[in-house]
Design a protein around this ligand. Structure first.
Ligand code: NAD
Length: 475
């Protein structure tokens, strides 16, 4: 029988006796089971979080900071075990799984150093006005399957630091590492401060609608984000939404072809392309298009796609069957429309595991589905452009606005273009870098609010202004 993992509710590892199977995407074998929770377990977890909030919200921030730092340390101490489990359930190769686990530890450690000091608005002879930050209350954290541990930790850390308590729901596709982490950290914070419960997608709307949850922090698709916003509107819950993206990279004619080919490749194919901020559309200036596309195609030939637990694998399988089918559909659409493939395109239907070969398309039109939609898989369209204005306009012609990149030998020119892109993050000559101290969030339909940095932390708080009239003290 597959290992059963338990939920963390009110300081105890528990289960309701009903189980969901979790599958390894590299071989489609069941590798674990997690509780299939519904309204009853959610009520228990929310009640525990509500009860814990009374004391936790009044606990000095230095003590809360120490708890976040302890969580960061535990993740690091157990990184090898967590990394292996993450590869087994998520599919990413060991090196990238290590990156996620260590990254989550570092992110929590860095976020723990943030402060929430009062601000003085007025200090005159007649009045003292001060803004303090108070925690919003019980937070629901809802997490996707592409970076399950990083996303869980980036919600737990600021929630705890701010004085909120949390009920977190991992994706049903990737709950195992998060539940193992729950077991490891269960005694670090007082009972009820961190609760982690699992269930089908249907558990999500119950959280959004729950009358005793004050805020929802969500990472996932734009479609689900819209439902969450709608659900949260019923009682005006606070929301933070980190959603989809269709991120454009613009490569100027002065870019060093030999240098950027490899980096552009990994900006698209890390985690098998399943990254919200992966480069999903690459616009290359016509002067270097042929040379650069040939260099990327050449590089791709030596990259091994396979089981992430095997040595040498650099790109793992797609995480789940639904996403695998969607990526296959986009490839088929490109074939049906006669678009040219530089690399890949032939998915082998035999055998087990959700493998899609590295696939690179040669200059498909702007209205091709693979260009217009978020592919979230190892398929990269390369497009040719003639002028900067044209590249900027094409990059911005999207309902999304998450991230983008500019590649050039002239960083000032890169910044000039970056400032014209309608996205929350723009990189010049790098990719996928997120700072724990910089706000990360989407423009347009890529999100609402931000995570990380002071701005992200403040989203777990309400401002409260206390005004004292100094010259009106009753006798
Ligand atoms: P998803 O929206 O299907 O699911 C995300 C989470 O929401 C899961 O835990 C799921 O169980 C839950 N959920 C599903 N339906 C719900 C509902 N009606 N109400 C509440 N919760 C519900 O997304 P996914 O397929 O897991 O993840 C892929 C998407 O996430 C991509 O679009 C990707 O771009 C996006 N993403 C964004 C970021 C970011 O930071 N902006 C990061 C990672 C992934």
């Amino acid at each position: 029988m597959a290992t059963q993992y338990h939920n963390l509710i009110n300081g105890e590892m528990t289960s309701n006796g009903e189980w969901l199977d979790v599958v390894n995407p590299a071989n489609e074998k069941v590798i674990g089971q997690v509780p299939a929770c519904g309204a009853a377990e959610l009520d228990t977890a929310v009640a525990a979080a509500r009860a814990a909030f009374k004391t936790w919200s009044k606990t000095p921030i230095e003590d809360r900071r120490a708890v976040v730092q302890k969580i960061s340390a535990i993740i690091k101490e157990n990184s090898d075990e967590l990394m292996r489990l993450l590869t087994a359930e998520q599919g990413k190769p060991h090196a990238q799984a290590t990156g996620e686990i260590i990254g989550a530890s570092m992110m929590a450690g860095a976020q723990s150093t943030l402060t929430l000091e009062d601000e003085i608005n007025e200090d005159s002879e007649t009045r003292l006005s001060r803004t303090r930050r108070v925690p919003v209350g019980v937070v629901a954290g809802i997490v996707p399957w592409n970076f399950p541990v990083m996303m869980a930790v980036q919600k737990i850390a600021p929630a705890l630091l701010s004085g909120c308590t949390i009920v977190l729901k991992p994706s049903p596709f990737t709950p195992l590492t998060t539940l193992r982490l729950a077991e490891l950290i269960k005694d670090v914070a007082p009972a009820g401060v961190v609760n982690i419960i699992t269930g089908e997608d249907s558990l999500g709307p119950l959280m959004t609608a729950h009358p005793d949850i004050d805020k929802v922090t969500f990472t996932g698709s734009t479609a689900t984000g819209k439902k969450i916003m709608e659900g949260a509107s019923k009682d005006l819950k606070r929301i933070t939404l980190e959603l989809g993206g269709n991120d454009a990279s613009i490569v100027l004619p002065d870019a060093n072809v030999a240098k950027v080919a490899e980096q552009l490749f990994w900006s698209s194919f890390t985690n098998a392309g399943q990254i919200c901020v992966a480069a999903k559309r690459i616009y290359i200036h016509e002067d270097i298009y042929d040379e650069l596309s040939a260099a990327i195609a050449e590089y791709a030939k030596n990259v091994k796609v396979g089981d992430g637990s095997e040595q040498g694998t650099a790109v793992g399988p797609i995480q789940n069957k639904k996403q695998f089918d969607r990526v296959c559909e986009l490839i088929q659409d490109a074939k049906d429309n006669g678009y040219k493939f530089l690399v890949g395109g032939d998915v082998d239907p035999s055998g087990s595991g959700y493998y899609v070969p590295i696939t690179i398309l040669d200059n498909p039109p702007e209205d091709a589905r693979i260009v217009a939609e978020e592919q979230f898989g190892p398929v990269m369209p390369l497009m040719k452009f003639s002028t900067e204005e044209e590249a900027i306009a094409r990059a911005n012609a999207s309902e999304y606005g998450l991230a983008g990149a500019v590649w050039t030998a002239d960083p000032d020119k890169g910044v000039e273009i970056a400032e014209q892109l309608e996205t929350g993050t723009v990189w010049v000559n790098e990719f996928l870098h997120l700072s724990p101290f910089a706000p990360f969030g989407g423009h347009k339909q890529s999100g609402f609010g931000a995570e990380y940095g002071k701005e992200g932390l403040l989203e777990f708080t309400y401002p409260q202004v206390i005004t004292v009239k100094k010259d009106n003290v009753p006798a």
